[in-house]
Design a protein around this ligand. Structure first.
Ligand code: LLP
Length: 428
């Protein structure tokens, strides 16, 4: 579905629009989001999981009102993890019933707002939260559907900061030691305010191997068996979270939604058969796998500094404020010259930003043509997820816009920040 091509003059086009025009119209840096590609990916996930499962797009990867509308049109649900994401979702018309609310420390106000809005499920993460959600629901005279987030004890093979199912971290209720089972008991005991839908597990992010999901699914289904045996309750839903990896560089080999769906379904069915349980409704929460590959960041080269015997430092007009992932997770990216083609030999470069620190690296090691020069446009691929959503104003650099392109049209969906925006918050 990707609509990226080279025009005869060597300029890269996306959705039929040249990056030269995009840079002229919107300036750089800018996140360029291919709407058709995004929608195609939504459809692929939807079709792979079918009508008896739900796909919740994880809004933390990137959320805007346009994205919410596209999700809705493509039949996806939405996972939010803060009051701000919830507000964006509701403002864009996402039905509350299609929203799941996550987080390990939701505030009382956030919980109340979610219950009041009628969100389809709150994923409860601690004993305190079970009490808080129950109290809010009672006060509002409703029964709030919830999932209990369980930490299954899987070591996901990914960066430590984005692995979430090993026991020594902040999320969820541990399977080990009966903590999760006790959480479930508490939810059931609060049945006047809470309706227990099922169990949730998220093992981490940027994962290429389904083995961790298999272990997680097995343990969650076993827990559901225990719940049936101990409390006589059959839970109707199981949510296996998100975390499917995407290709950032040539070595990465992402899984296809159809294969993911088949593997998850098979394992859940097999484990349920073994436990004598009816097969629950399955849901998943991909974020990165849907939006990540659909966008790239367009930068203009500002300075080119060759360091004899080392490498050439290429400075662009953004940096760690629009993409913190390299500095934070040692993430790897691919970069290309996109405003022209070049016959020059490749040179080893480090693409760096304009911030006042040396860790401000966008692409640690890459090859770009040796005739690269100020004014050239370069694109860093697969920046749709966790780049704009993790962007900052460090050094009072203004956050770039998100420009959606499709069928020859480009449209700003999140505008560039301005100095007035910065000063508006500074009321002193
Ligand atoms: N569901 C839950 C409960 C999550 O915590 C997450 C991500 C997802 C779904 C979506 O995961 P995805 O499919 O996008 O991998 N900032 C990091 C990623 C943090 C992910 C946090 N939770 C990064 O830039 O790699």
């Amino acid at each position: 579905a990707r609509t990226v091509e080279r025009r005869a003059d060597g300029v890269l086009t996306v959705g039929g629009v040249g990056v030269d025009r995009l840079a002229d119209t919107h300036g750089t840096p800018a996140y360029i989001l291919d709407e058709s590609d995004f929608r195609a990916r939504c459809r692929a996930w939807r079709q792979a999981f079918g009508d008896d499962a739900d796909v919740f797009y994880a809004g933390k990867a990137f959320l805007s009102r346009a994205v919410v509308r596209w999700l809705r049109e493509e039949g996806l649900n939405l996972d939010v993890c803060s009051g701000g994401e919830l507000a964006t979702a509701l403002a864009a018309g996402m039905p509350a019933s299609a929203i799941a609310f996550h987080g390990n420390n939701k505030s009382a106000a956030e919980i109340r707002r979610a219950v009041e809005a009628g969100v389809g499920r709150i994923v409860v993460d601690s004993y305190e939260e079970i009490d808080r959600v129950a109290a809010a629901a009672r006060e509002l005279g409703v029964r709030q559907p919830v999932l209990v987030r369980v930490t299954v004890g899987v070591e996901a093979h990914t960066h430590e900061f984005i692995a979430t199912a090993h026991e020594d971290q902040k999320f969820g209720l541990a399977l080990a030691g009966g903590t999760a089972l006790e959480g479930i008991r508490r939810v059931l005991a609060a049945e006047d305010g809470l309706e227990l839908l099922g169990v949730h597990s998220h093992i981490g992010s940027q994962i290429f191997d389904l083995a961790g999901f298999e272990v997680s699914a097995r343990r969650v289904v076993q827990l559901m068996g225990t719940v049936r045996d101990e409390f006589g309750v059959t839970l109707p839903e199981i949510d296996l979270g998100g975390g499917l990896g995407i290709a950032y560089t040539a070595g990465d080999d992402p899984l296809e939604p159809a294969d993911i769906a088949k593997t998850l379904r098979d394992i859940v069915e097999r484990e349920c058969a073994a436990a004598g349980l009816a097969v629950p409704r399955l849901s998943v929460e991909p974020g990165r796998a849907i939006i990540g590959p659909s966008a790239f960041t367009l930068y203009e080269v500002g300075t080119v500094k060759p360091l004899e015997g080392l490498r050439t430092y290429v400075s662009v007009d953004g940096g760690m404020s629009d993409n913190i992932r390299t500095a934070l997770y040692d993430a790897e990216y691919s970069v290309a010259l996109v405003s022209r083609t070049s016959e020059a030999l490749p040179m080893l470069v480090r693409v760096v930003g304009k911030h006042c620190e040396s860790g401000d690296i966008v692409v640690r090691d890459a090859y770009l043509p040796a005739d690269l020069a100020p004014g050239d446009l370069i694109a860093v691929a697969a920046t749709g997820a966790y780049c704009r959503s993790m962007a900052s104003n460090y050094n009072h650099v203004l956050r770039p816009p998100v420009v959606a392109v499709t069928e020859g049209e480009d449209r700003v969906i999140v505008r560039r920040e301005t100095e007035e925006d910065l000063l508006r918050l500074d009321v002193g």
